[in-house]
Design a protein around this ligand. Sequence first.
Ligand SMILES: [Fe+2]
Length: 409
Amino acid sequence: MTAVNALLLFLAVAGHTKIVVEAINRLHARRLRESVLKGTRHVHDVLILLFPLVLLWWPGLSGPRLLLGGSWTDLPTFGWVLLGVCWLGAAGLAVSSVLWWTRSAPSVQTAYESNVVDVETRLGRKPLADGPYRWLANVPGNQAFQFDVVERTFRLPGLPAALDGLSILHLSDLHYIGTLERAFFDEVMAASRELEADVAVVTGDVVDDNRLLDWIPATLGTLSAPLGRYFILGNHDWRYDQPGPIRDAMTDVGWTDVAGRAVPLSHAGETIGVGGDERPWMGDAPNFDDVPNATFRLLLSHTPDNLGWARRQRVDLMLSGHNHGGQVVLPVFGPVYSPSRFGCRYAAGAFDRPPTTLVVSRGLSGQHPLRLNCRPEIAKLVLRSAAIEEEHAATAAVASHAAPSMMEP
Ligand SMILES: [Fe+2]
């Protein structure tokens, strides 16, 4: 019986941890200053470390003495309430783990390819400078010095046939903070250039330390895309320094700032409305009605939390970052920390939420140089038109109907 009691108390600890982590995730989704968030993280640390000791002492070793052969009937009402809430948290943990393991790519994603670039191997050393949290770089299994070159192909119902084959380079969350050397980002840019996408986008969190603004022309400034380069900023650009200099540095090297507005991108006789959303940290939502002739709506939103708004605006494709894939993905439980109102639901990946297809990048870096089972990524998104495929299918059907059959007399 004592072993069962120990298991139940262990589950309560797991559930308590889940509840505290979920609270932290949701707080970090809000527009709160770093000093406030730092305080909440300290509270989180204390709660997670102390709670097991509290349960061990009471009701484990004192009071009902559940770990010493005591009885649950001696547990007072508030103990039942406390443990009951924690067990609900444990049930939530079980559900989120099952959802993680049973997740699948959305049907609109028709192909996925990924290749690893190991920058540490290429350079023969870790591209590690003297920035914050440098010590995390030596955690065994850390993938912070690698990145995936991902290619996703989507078959989108809202894509006009004339835009079939359009490709987008998606970069996010570069976090120039000075812990990863610029050499890492030089490799990222070289791989990005090789992808030769039609359009390039950055979905925020570019610079954490404004002393590194001159990295922008040397890195993102070297990218080109024949149909345009568009960017928004993120909460780190807002949090640590005034975002103005970052915007200026990006626009100075030819990137188009679409924060809080929608602009037309014309190609092959069609018009794409490209909008940018930096809420809840900065500005307003873009007004896609400013591009009335748009036949396709592309939204850059730093956080995927704006998905509901995007769907109401009939956005076809929404590209986000911010959640970094969780940065640490545990073997059984999946990602843990994801600063979103949805927790880890949109930590990274592709999601079909009609009429919107959402793609969340794992980003390239972060404030903490730690990645476990969650490699940084750059992505090329290739868009295929469902309309043109249907046209081809209809044409093929007509042709086969019209062709004489060998079976006919
Ligand atoms: Fe970020």
